[in-house]
Design a protein. Structure first.
Length: 288
């Protein structure tokens, strides 16, 4: 019923039956239309468990979830090609393999695996830090302005991925006709918690400002400004929320330790869900 694609540039959505995954499907539809690429719905049946789960029941659940996702896409009335595949593989392994030929991979912020096994963001964290393409982690309940209004935030910390984060942030801001803010945070070190009150390296701040100035000259119609004075990334997100400033998207690099640990960690779950914004990592292959 649901078969594999021939490899192509596409947006892959990881399905697991959760509400967040279905929201990821809705979010990915607009991304696919904007980029004129197809959607590929991927449901991975995890065979690494205790083996007591009935195989037929697993397939039935997977097919029901896929049909629900396709119905959701059809209900949006958006002209997008969508296909699906059900595989027997660990979800992270399946999504990482799919990322090799994808334009983007989308997953929900909190999935069925988290709800059942109590693991916080295991799939999303492993995927975000190892995928071969950008990864979007979509919240369960998006802000009403999360697609079509609100700013895009690019988070840099002076790492070698700064160019790629800014490049992706600019592209996403232009795609949405949104303002872009470039936040410089203190660079995490092994053994030290990220996003602490440690002072930001002023060289990194100056470097970000120079890069922002270059992008202004390249994209004069883009509203782009640097930000570095809010004593931590989470404090800045809370500042935006208090001031009623919606955020569509936060772009970070997947290097660890770094911004991705802050945004996909337990302390960020409440502010991100309240903001209803998506977190997107750039691809590792461009800067490794």
């Amino acid at each position: 019923m649901f078969g594999p694609h021939s490899p192509s540039r596409r947006i892959v959505v990881g399905l697991d039956g959760s509400r967040a995954a279905m929201q990821a499907v809705r979010w990915a539809v607009d991304e696919a239309v904007d980029r004129n690429v197809p959607l590929w719905l991927l449901y991975a049946i995890d065979d690494t468990g205790d083996g007591r789960t009935d195989a037929a029941a697993q397939i039935a659940t997977a097919e029901k979830t896929v049909r629900s996702a396709i119905s959701t896409i059809e209900s949006l009335g958006t002209p997008v090609k969508a296909e699906a595949e059900i595989v027997r593989r660990h979800p992270v392994t399946a999504l990482l393999e799919a990322s090799r030929s994808a334009a983007m991979v989308c997953v929900g912020s909190i999935g069925f695996d988290h709800a059942v096994r109590g693991r916080i963001g295991s799939t999303r964290s492993a995927l975000a830090t190892s995928a071969h393409c950008p990864v979007a982690v979509v919240p369960r309940t998006p802000h009403p302005a999360s697609h079509g209004a609100g700013l895009v935030l690019a988070v840099v910390d002076g790492s070698s991925a700064t160019d790629r984060v800014l490049e992706l942030g600019v592209a996403e801001a232009r795609l949405r006709a949104a303002p872009l803010r470039v936040f410089t945070m203190s660079r995490a070190r092994r053994g030290r918690q990220a996003d602490t009150a440690a002072p930001v390296d002023q060289r990194a701040v100056a470097d970000a400002e120079r890069r922002v100035a270059r992008w202004r000259s390249k994209q004069p119609n883009l509203d782009i400004e640097p930000v570095s004075d809010h004593n931590g990334l989470l404090n800045y997100l809370e500042h935006l929320q208090r001031n009623g400033t919606p955020i569509q998207l936060i772009v970070v690099d997947p290097r660890r330790p770094g911004p991705v640990d802050v945004l996909l960690g337990a302390s960020a779950r409440a502010p991100l869900e309240a903001a209803g914004c998506t977190v997107m990592t750039c691809d590792r292959t461009r800067w490794l």
